[in-house]
Design a protein around this ligand. Structure first.
Ligand code: ADP
Ligand code: MG
Length: 341
């Protein structure tokens, strides 16, 4: 949920994301693609992703379900191999699960027979480190996410939201240099979401932790993250510092996403929605993958796959409007809406 005043403040924020020129990115993803092959079917989940995460950067990835967000995250974490391209962390090629990494998954898994505190310390023990050395940090984290009185409780005594928070503490307890979180707050109420984002921001500021956060709700993270990557159909379609994205979104999918963000006092069912649905990744359309849902699409968008155009200094967009901006003045009903999809 985001207030109009907040949106204005975010839009007006100076871009502070970029580090000194020449600084090597902490994570460097180059030309990464992923094709899943299962039962003779090919799913093109990711297509030539280029992405650099700098030390201490707080980056959000947004996009519809099935656009490849979790796949990208698992590849960066070294849990899934890329079909094409190269992932480097601190210059070293990622070809196995990364150690200096905290991962928060979408569905929390805890050990039933251990208390919340001992669950938080599992990773420490798995790495043959002394849990006593991390106990204070674990307790402090539990305190910060509102579980001070639950350290000695067992998972079955905790609500789903509490278990999710234990998993977050688990990922953070060793002060990893990179935190990767896959929609960590989706199931949580707004107050807890804010606490968790605050905790992540604090880590980032205190320890220079790099954070890659997948979210379905841009409104929730808008004030926390520095840069946003928008994905659609296995590709990056727009990338910009958060203030720039709110002030001058370029890609029509992003535009639709921002228009659909709930504002205070607005009913859910009155929100703008994007017509149609994401095509299955076994059969991408030619041209732009968003063209049949796009209110500006013209012949070129059906025929020619758009590259990532440079829109501003740190702003890129995969949309031909970059070259023919006058067409934005004449929106029409998207093909998907006409088809009644
Ligand atoms: P997101 O996280 O954005 O929802 P995913 O990365 O989970 O997207 O999935 C991208 C596409 O890859 C989807 O079509 C999904 O069905 C497919 N996919 C994901 N994991 C696998 C897998 N292990 N085997 C086959 N297909 C998969
Ligand atoms: Mg996912």
């Amino acid at each position: 949920m985001i207030l109009d005043a907040d949106a204005a403040a975010i839009a007006g924020r100076p871009d502070v994301t970029m580090t000194a020129p020449g600084a090597r990115p902490y994570v460097d993803v180059a030309g990464v693609g992923k094709t899943y092959r299962r039962a003779g079917r090919e799913t093109h989940a990711l297509e030539s992703i280029d992405l650099a995460i700098r030390s201490g950067e707080f980056l959000a990835i947004v996009g519809p379900s099935g656009c490849g967000k979790s796949t990208l995250l698992r590849i960066v974490a070294g849990l899934v191999g890329a079909s094409r391209g190269d992932v480097r962390v601190e210059g070293a090629r990622v070809d196995r699960p990364q150690t200096n990494l905290g991962i928060v998954f979408q569905s929390p898994v805890l050990l039933d027979w251990r208390t919340a505190l001992d669950n938080v310390l599992v990773q420490v023990e798995l790495r043959s480190l002394d849990p006593k050395a991390y106990r204070d940090n674990a307790l402090r984290l539990l305190d910060q996410i509102g579980l001070k009185d639950f350290a000695d409780r067992y998972p079955y005594e905790l609500s789903g939201g509490m278990r999710q928070r234990v998993v977050i503490a688990m990922a953070l307890v060793m002060n990893p240099a990179l935190v990767i979180a896959d929609e960590p707050t989706t199931a949580l109420d707004v107050t807890i979401q804010a606490q968790i984002l605050e905790l992540l921001r604090e880590l980032q500021q205190k320890f220079g932790t790099s954070i890659l956060l997948i979210t379905h709700d841009l409104g929730v993270v808008a004030e926390t993250v520095s840069r946003v990557i928008v994905m659609y159909g296995g590709e990056i379609v727009e990338e910009a510092p958060v203030g720039e994205l709110f002030a001058r979104s370029h890609h029509p999918y992003t535009e639709g996403l921002l228009a659909a963000m709930p504002h205070v006092g607005q009913e859910r069912d009155r929100l703008a929605t994007i017509p149609g649905s994401v095509p299955p990744p076994t059969m991408w359309p030619n041209g732009c993958r968003f063209h049949d849902r796009c209110p500006y699409a013209w012949e070129r968008c059906v025929a020619e796959h758009p590259p990532l155009y440079q829109i501003g200094e740190h702003h890129i967009s995969r949309c031909h409007l970059a070259e023919e901006p006058e067409r934005r003045a004449h929106p029409h009903e998207p093909a998907a809406a006409k088809a009644g999809a």
